[in-house]
Design a binder for this molecule. Structure first.
Ligand SMILES: Cc1ncc(COP(=O)(O)O)c(C=O)c1O
Length: 361
């Protein structure tokens, strides 16, 4: 057989439907995308940096992301040599696996959780140990109980996607005490900037324990999902390996200059966060009014329990020009996930939800 064993079992990642596709397929003029946990504004302040960089696009970018690395290290108070940039934080997950997994090593993941851990673990031939969430939260104790001599990596999406739940400082502290230091623990903090104050200080754990990778992204609160850039903070030893095995020019010029502009713009970050948190409150209030069950979320999206198959409702919303994320691919067919959008988008979503409940249900 041409392909490596196990690849035929992999179910491809299904992204949220793109706006363009839904407009084309349904003949709609206006479509709101509340499906992929992006923020609803364009960070227009990065335009200047992007325009200037156009003058250099005939040249390869700097492979080390030099200026961005320097600036991020100083902002996060880590060494430059502790940072690895990725083509989205997705790439950092892949790199962690590529660097570590050998035949039938085990990877422990929550279930359901962010799908990339499982897909990429399968690509590298790892044995995947799924640990069910408990009440839609990571069950760290149960995860720790699954450690064997073959365990290489434990992935913790915190806050988690698609549930929006998080594990707090104390829980993570207890969890790490029970995990042998030889095992790599990856804390995927893609939604870190939206998380509440008892969120774990994983930088401290990294200092004390080593063998931790913290991944974060410019795709969410910074609004650069289309440029693809994320970063990992880890030990120098791990960063060296990941930097050695990544592709030499994995971060393109536009991503480098945009991310650099983004980390200097605290105002955009602050305003975005506060807009999203306010709109999330609006959604909570309206969902409660409609008697809809949902999970309070530490992110920019909300998991909704539709109590029965949500597919018909998803199709209804699509026809109204609203894309949300059905979750049957996660084994949650009675649930869907809605990203917090602009106020007018959230309002339309609620209006459609109310109409559906009053008429079609
Ligand atoms: C938990 C989690 N991790 C990682 C990512 C990947 O983000 P990116 O590759 O855009 O940095 C996402 C994106 O939705 C996510 O939800």
């Amino acid at each position: 057989m041409l392909f490596r064993k196990g690849l035929n079992k992999i179910k491809p990642y299904e992204p949220g439907k793109p706006i363009e596709e839904v407009k084309r397929a349904l003949g709609l003029k206006e479509v709101y995308k509340l499906a992929s946990n992006e923020i609803p504004f364009v960070p227009v302040y990065i335009r200047k940096a992007i325009y200037e960089e156009i003058n250099n696009i005939n040249r390869y970018p700097e492979g080390s992301s030099f200026y961005l690395r320097r600036s991020l290290a100083s902002k996060l108070k880590v060494k430059e040599s502790q940072i690895v940039f990725g083509n989205g934080s997705d790439e950092l997950i892949t790199l962690a696996l590529r660097a570590t997994i050998e035949n039938k090593d085990e990877v422990i993941i929550g279930y359901p959780t962010f799908l990339v851990y499982e897909i990429q673990s399968a690509v590298f031939g790892a044995k995947i140990i799924r640990v069910p969430l408990s009440n839609l939260r990571y069950d760290l104790e149960a995860m720790a109980s699954k450690v064997t001599k073959k365990t290489k990596i434990i992935f913790v999406a915190n806050p988690d996607n698609p549930t929006g739940t998080y594990v707090a400082q104390k829980e993570v502290e207890e969890f790490l005490k029970s995990i042998p230091k030889t095992i790599l623990v990856v804390f995927d903090e893609a939604y870190f900037e939206f998380a509440p104050s008892d969120f774990p200080n994983t930088f401290d754990f990294l200092k004390k324990r080593g063998n931790i990778i913290i991944t974060r992204t410019f795709s969410k609160v910074y609004g650069l999902a289309g440029l693809r850039i994320g970063y990992a903070i880890t030990t120098e030893a791990i960063a060296n390996v990941l930097n050695k095995i990544r592709e030499p020019f994995n971060i393109n010029r536009f991503a480098q200059v945009a991310a650099l502009a983004a980390i200097k713009n605290d105002k955009f970050l602050k305003n975005t966060r506060s807009y999203i948190l306010n709109e999330k409150k609006y959604l909570y209030k309206e969902l409660r009014r409609l008697n809809v069950s949902f999970k309070e979320s530490a992110t920019n999206f909300v998991l909704i329990d539709f109590k029965k198959d949500a597919n018909k409702f998803n199709s209804y919303l699509l026809k109204k020009g609203i894309i949300v994320r059905p979750l049957s691919g996660w084994g949650l067919k009675n649930y869907f996930r809605v990203t917090v959008g602009l106020h007018k988008e959230n309002e339309k979503f609620i209006r459609c939800f109310e109409n559906y409940l009053n008429t079609e249900d």
